[in-house]
Design a protein around this ligand. Structure first.
Ligand SMILES: Cc1cc2nc3c(=O)[nH]c(=O)nc-3n(C[C@H](O)[C@H](O)[C@H](O)COP(=O)(O)OP(=O)(O)OC[C@H]3O[C@@H](n4cnc5c(N)ncnc54)[C@H](O)[C@@H]3O)c2cc1C
Length: 381
C-alpha cells in the first residue's frame, strides 16, 4: 500500500484547511500575509518559504527608500510611455508610505537623509540639467511634492568624492535598515497569526479541475492543499510558473569595515542606478555593476564574481574613498525579478492561484503595495 506522507495527526491539524498559502516570505509575501489578516483575521494564512530565512532580495538589498533618479527616469522614458513611468514613481512613493506606516520609522531604521545622483565630467550633464524642470513638474503631479530634484554641486565638496563634478539632490528620499525592516515584518506577521513554514520549496502548482483549491507539490509524491495561493517569489517566479515574463537578475553588494569620520551620508546613485552606494553604521555599502556583465548576471543563482567585485572595488577606491585603502568586510548577492516592462505583475493565473511578482529592482519601495494588491485580488476572486 502507498504510505501517505503525513500522520493522521499532521493531516488533521497542520495541513488541514489552509485558506491561503503564500509562496515566498520576502517583503511582498509578508506584506500580503499581513494584509490578509488585517482584513480577515479568521482566515488561516500560511507562508511557505524554501529558505531558513527569506532568501531572495528582501534581506539582501541596499535599503534605498527611493522612487527614481533623474537618469533612471530619463532612461525609462526611452522605452516606456510617459504616463507609465510616472505612475510607477507614484506607486513607489506610496509603497514607501505604506511600509513606514505599517512598521514605523524606528522599527525599520528609516533616516530621511535624502537621495543624490552624481556625475563625472564625461557624463552628458547639460542634457540631464535641461530635463530637471520637466521631471520636477511630472513628479510633483505624480506624488504632490514640489521641486524634488535640485542641483547642489557645492555639496560635493563635503563628500570627499573624487572625479565627481555635478550633483542632484532629491529631498524626498531616505534610507532604511533592511535587516530591521525584515525582522519587523516577520514579527508583525507572526503577531497577526500568520504561520510561517521554512524549508518548504514548492516545485509545482496544480489548480484542481473543479476550482476547489490548489495542490502545492513538494516533490513528485507529496503535496499540500490550500483554498487559494498567492505566489510571491519574484526573481524565482519563472522556475515555478514558466509562462510568466520574469527574468532573474543577480545584483552584487560590498560593505566596508567601519571608517572613522566617514565624510558623506545618504543614498547615492550613479550611471542610471547601475551603481549605488550609501553610508550604513559608519561603513560604505556599494552595489551594482550588473551592466558590466549582463549575460553572467542573468541568473537566479546566488554568488559573487571576480569581475564585478573588482569593478566595485575600483569604483570605491577611485571615487568614494580615494585616499585610503579600506578592507571589505562583507560581500553578497541577491536576486531581482525584471521583465520586458518595469511594471509588477499582479494577476490571477487560474481560479485560485494569483501572483504578485516582478518588482523590477525596487521592491523596498513598491513591495508593500504590491503585497497588499495581491491580497486584495485573492480576496476578490
Ligand atoms: C542587491 C540588491 C539591492 C537592491 N536594492 C534595493 C533598494 O535599495 N531599494 C529598493 O526599492 N529595492 C532594492 N532591491 C530590490 C528589492 O530588494 C526587491 O525588489 C524585493 O526585495 C523583492 O521582494 P519579493 O518579496 O518580491 O522577493 P524576494 O525577497 O526575493 O522573496 C522571494 C522569496 O521566495 C522564496 N522562494 C522562491 N522560490 C520558492 C519556492 N519555489 N518555494 C518556496 N519559496 C520560494 C525565496 O526564498 C525568497 O525568500 C535590491 C535588490 C538587490 C538584489
Amino acid at each position: 500500500m502507498n504510505q501517505p506522507p503525513f500522520s493522521y495527526w499532521e493531516s488533521s491539524s497542520f495541513f488541514q484547511q489552509i485558506d491561503i498559502a503564500i509562496i515566498g516570505s520576502g517583503i511582498v509575501g509578508l506584506s500580503a500575509a499581513i494584509a490578509f489578516k488585517q482584513q480577515k483575521p479568521n482566515l488561516r494564512v500560511a507562508i511557505l518559504e524554501r529558505g531558513m530565512i527569506p532568501t531572495g532580495a528582501s534581506t539582501r538589498n541596499a535599503g534605498f527608500a527611493c522612487f527614481g533618479s533623474v537618469t533612471e527616469l530619463l532612461d525609462d522614458l526611452q522605452t516606456q510611455p510617459e504616463n507609465e513611468v510616472f505612475a510607477l514613481v507614484e506607486r513607489r512613493y506610496r509603497g514607501l508610505q505604506v511600509l513606514r506606516q505599517r512598521l514605523g520609522d524606528t522599527a525599520i531604521g528609516y533616516q530621511h537623509k535624502g537621495g543624490f545622483e552624481v556625475f563625472t565630467h564625461t557624463d552628458p550633464w547639460t542634457e540631464y540639467q535641461h530635463a530637471i524642470p520637466y521631471l520636477n513638474q511630472q513628479v510633483q503631479h505624480a506624488i504632490g511634492v514640489p521641486q524634488v530634484y535640485t542641483e547642489a554641486h557645492n555639496q560635493l565638496a563635503y563628500t570627499g568624492f573624487e572625479g565627481m563634478k555635478y550633483l542632484i539632490w532629491n529631498h524626498a528620499e531616505g534610507q532604511i535598515h533592511t535587516g530591521k525592516m525584515m525582522t519587523s515584518l516577520l514579527q508583525l506577521a507572526k503577531q497577526q497569526g500568520v504561520e510561517i513554514w521554512n524549508g518548504v520549496q514548492i516545485k509545482h502548482l496544480e489548480q484542481t479541475t473543479n476550482s476547489t483549491g490548489v495542490h502545492l507539490w513538494l516533490n513528485d509524491s507529496v503535496s499540500l492543499q490550500a483554498n487559494k495561493v498567492l505566489v510571491c517569489t519574484n526573481g524565482f517566479a519563472a522556475s515555478l510558473l514558466p509562462q510568466l515574463h520574469v527574468t532573474p537578475a543577480r545584483n552584487q553588494v560590498i560593505v566596508t569595515e567601519p571608517i572613522a569620520n566617514l565624510p558623506f551620508s545618504g543614498c547615492y546613485h550613479y550611471d542610471k542606478g547601475y551603481i549605488y552606494f550609501r553610508d550604513v553604521d559608519g561603513r560604505v555599502l556599494l552595489g551594482g555593476g550588473r551592466n558590466t556583465s549582463f549575460d553572467e548576471e542573468t541568473t537566479d543563482q546566488f554568488g559573487t564574481t571576480q569581475g564585478i567585485q573588482n569593478y566595485l572595488r575600483h569604483f570605491l577606491d577611485t571615487h568614494i574613498l580615494p585616499h585610503q585603502k579600506v578592507a571589505i568586510a562583507y560581500c553578497w548577492s541577491g536576486i531581482m525579478g525584471l521583465g520586458n516592462q518595469k511594471k509588477p505583475i499582479v494577476q490571477m493565473i487560474s481560479a485560485d492561484i494569483g501572483v504578485s511578482v516582478r518588482m523590477g529592482g525596487m521592491g523596498v519601495a513598491i513591495g508593500s503595495l504590491v503585497g497588499n494588491e495581491g491580497a486584495q485580488m485573492i480576496l476578490d476572486s
